[in-house]
Design a binder for this molecule. Sequence first.
Ligand code: C2E
Ligand code: CA
Ligand code: CA
Ligand code: CA
Length: 279
Amino acid sequence: AKQNGRDNAQMFAEEMACAVTRQFAYEQEIGQGLKQGQFYLVYQPKVFQSPDQITGLEALIRWQHPERGLIPPGDFIPVAEESSVIIPVSEWVIDQALKQLAQWQQAGLDIVPVAINLSGRHLISDALLPYVAEKLKHYQIAGELLEFEITEGVLLQDIHRCIEVMTALKAMNIRISVDDFGTGYSSLSYLKRLPLDILKIDQSFVEECDTYSEDYKICETIIHLATNLDLVTVAEGVETAGQADTLTSLGCQLFQGYHFYKPVSPDKVESLLQQNKLD
Ligand code: C2E
Ligand code: CA
Ligand code: CA
Ligand code: CA
């Protein structure tokens, strides 16, 4: 048994070493992919009531890997977040999205704000604020046209630093939303301490909001809470008209999901903005 135990310990150590090597190799590959232009952005519209009332866009990253094909962000973003490689990835997203907005603006389109998903590591880093300020200036984009989506877990890690950074972002007129609301820690005290604008109701509650009464009640409560705190609510992952109708009746203001749009290419955004009826 003792012999066996040692073997297991050794196997475990080898597996750990292997996992560390794998993580390291993956990080290297992400950095490499960035340099070689393997990443691109797609944009998912957020709408007011109907598809021709687009109020904003969410930038979502994609990785076209030369051998492994298209890798979804759920695969590599968590790996990138384990190390500092998330910062160059995230900076690339900010640069790319602002460059895109500037192009649309120059083409005479009626542009709408773009939301960018920000990982906690980047939010609390010293790098974010100077980078964003410089890029807004460089591309001549108003802060109102930028929004950052941040998940709840992040907000509780270092609340003081979050308050500091968010206050500076607000001073640039950048909007801040809480992503996947309701899935993180249950403390709600951060809602009153942070300068937030938007709550995004997680799609896990939206999925059965019109069939399962517990989810209905959760959506109702989140919307009620948001309204009382003067926050805008966005429902994400809306896939059916029934869900949209239910959420509308509860007072949800904005919608995002396959029922309206899947994430689309920049070209498609351009034609959608040309037909947009929001004023
Ligand atoms: P998220 O921010 O919660 O984004 C919503 C995800 O749900 C997206 O998946 C979107 O394509 C998908 N989705 C939208 N509508 C529907 C719907 O009606 N039904 C269903 N089933 N899914 C829907 P995606 O693009 O694969 O992104 C997954 C996650 O990866 C994002 O979740 C976000 O956490 C992260 N992510 C994506 N892009 C970035 C990025 O540029 N930076 C960072 N830090 N994270 C990113
Ligand atoms: Ca998001
Ligand atoms: Ca989300
Ligand atoms: Ca999510």
